[in-house]
Design a binder for this molecule. Structure first.
Ligand code: HEC
Ligand code: HEC
Length: 153
């Protein structure tokens, strides 16, 4: 009996996992491609601090292939899709570079994109991030606050 029970637990868990896996498999494939093809020459920072549309990411991948990145043609769409969804374009303007450089160190920009609040609440969020340890200078604070309050409200 003891050998049987874990198998039942695993089978039940696998049902739930299978449903989630169907949704996540595209995401997982793109992430696996990134991890195997994009992190050997540099770490993830250049990817985290870029924000491109599909055409932009396609150009980056082509230029990285020229440098030596190993991405097979049939894998390109999944990788472009993954990079676009996780590192898609941001509105231009003062504050964009601060956001990319300062706010991607502890979590990705998904957190920021999902946070659409008033200016006062953005101010509170930025103060909370300073308490968490974000390296946001007094000079950059109002520039970033304006950018976030304008674009993520
Ligand atoms: C063979 C080494 C190598 C591999 C593998 C590689 N890169 Fe790069 N990457 C570089 C070098 C060198 C630079 C800096 C020179 C430059 O900016 O073009 C760079 C810069 C970048 C930049 C910043 C410049 C820009 O165009 O925005 C991004 C983004 C980037 N890489 C993404 C990727 C992605 C995505 C992959 C996987 C498909 C990848 N890299 C794989 C060598 C590589
Ligand atoms: C030193 C690490 C760190 C840095 C850098 C950082 N954060 Fe955070 N951030 C956190 C942590 C930890 C949480 C989760 C806090 C929580 O859930 O209570 C968080 C959560 C958030 C949230 C979600 C808040 C909510 O109420 O749901 C937003 C939005 C956010 N950060 C924005 C930013 C912005 C904008 C920057 C750039 C100024 C930034 N973060 C930089 C650590 C950081």
């Amino acid at each position: 009996m003891q050998a049987f029970r874990p198998a039942v637990v695993v089978a039940i868990a696998a049902l739930g996992v299978a449903v989630a896996a169907a949704q996540d498999s595209k995401e997982d494939k793109g992430e696996a491609l990134q991890n195997s093809a994009c992190l050997s020459c540099h770490d993830i920072r250049p990817i985290q601090t870029a924000a491109y549309d599909r055409a932009g990411w396609t150009n980056v991948i082509d230029s990285m292939i020229q440098k030596g990145a190993d991405v097979k043609d049939p894998d390109k769409p999944a990788l472009v899709d993954y990079l676009f969804r996780n590192h898609g374009p941001l509105p231009d303007g003062p504050g964009k570079a601060i956001l990319l450089n300062t706010c991607t160190l502890c979590h990705d920009l998904g957190r920021v994109r999902a946070h659409t609040v008033s200016r006062d609440e953005w101010q509170e969020t930025l103060e909370a991030m300073l308490n968490e340890g974000a390296m946001l200078s007094d000079q950059d604070f109002p520039v970033l606050l304006n950018y976030l309050a304008r674009n993520f409200k």
